[in-house]
Design a protein around this ligand. Structure first.
Ligand code: PLP
Length: 293
């Protein structure tokens, strides 16, 4: 039930359909966002980092040469509207731009961009225990290809194949998330999260050559600097994660999620570390509107 914003109109959830010949379904050329709305302490529902997500959606579309038929302001309004019309206090939002079924084949030149925004109640991606105790992660046999142009700045449908294979592989082996390496074997990111490690009070995260330019990652830079932690962006090897004092994932869905084990090696004390805990609390304060961040 509920409504979905599709090409400028609110349509009933069940009627927001596409044709089987939808171009993006066949070739994967589409761009999307994962956004979250939180019930703030003020009693209002606030979409966290709305403008940043809309900006990234438009950057992704620009990179993928997908012409956006709406303005950023219209997309912001659509996102607020969908949360309000569905009477959601907390929500996960999915804006997406995709090609329709106006043309067949790779050479189709008559394609139109369709844009939709859906929102649903998805208060927590991970259990409270996972947020406190951390999760078990497995390094994937699938890589994140930085040769795949526009990997870092574009959140595009076609970029998720390896992430999904990696996640499935990790879940099958009893872990909760996958860690993907880049083509050269350096740490890239999780299936839908960026990664940070802490060592001797300094935070490290991979530079933007093989991972998405995450909005939570950027928020973490800000929060870390507010509490005096230095963050260095550089290549990270897999064994640096094994011997880190702490490690955690960041993402709109995962928020700030401690990693307690990678490939059977316990990381630090094997539970949420002090720095992770501090940053996690600051992050929750930020999304709940308790701080300026
Ligand atoms: N990396 C990938 C592959 C993702 O899909 C996401 C989620 O959007 C992230 C990282 C984290 O990005 P953000 O913090 O903007 O949600």
């Amino acid at each position: 039930d509920g409504v979905i914003w599709l090409d400028g109109e609110l349509v009933p959830w069940r009627e927001a359909r596409v044709h089987v010949l939808t171009h993006t379904l066949h070739y994967g050329m589409g761009v999307f966002e994962g956004v979250r709305a939180y019930h703030a302490d003020s009693g209002e529902t606030c979409i966290f980092r709305l403008q940043e997500h809309t900006d990234r959606l438009f950057r992704s579309a620009h990179i993928m040469r997908i012409a956006m038929p709406f303005t950023k302001a219209q997309l912001n309004t659509a996102q607020r509207l969908v949360v309000r019309e569905n009477k959601l206090q907390e929500a996960y939002l999915r804006p997406m731009a995709f090609y329709g079924s106006e043309g067949m084949g790779l050479r189709a030149d008559s394609l139109q961009t369709h844009v939709m925004v859906a929102a649903w109640d998805w208060p927590s991606y991970m259990t409270p225990e996972a947020k406190e105790l951390g999760i078990k992660v497995r390094t994937s046999s699938y890589t994140r290809h930085h040769v795949n142009i526009s990997m870092c700045k574009a959140k595009a449908n076609g970029h998720y194949i390896n992430s999904m294979l990696a996640l499935r592989e990790a879940l099958d082996s009893g872990c909760e998330e996958a860690l993907l390496l880049d083509n050269e074997g350096y740490v890239a990111e999780g299936s839908g999260e960026n990664i940070f490690i802490a060592r001797d009070g300094v935070l490290y995260t991979p530079e933007l050559t093989s991972c998405l330019d995450g909005i939570t990652r950027n928020t973490l830079f800000q929060l870390a600097s507010e509490c005096g932690y230095e963050v260095r962006e550089r290549r990270i090897t897999r064994d640096e994660v094994y011997v880190a004092d702490e490690a955690f994932f960041t993402g709109t869905a995962a928020e700030v999620l401690p990693i307690r084990e990678l490939d059977g090696r316990v990381i630090g004390a094997g539970r949420r570390g002090e720095i992770t805990h501090k940053l996690q609390s600051l992050y929750f304060d930020a999304v709940k509107g308790r701080s300026e961040a």
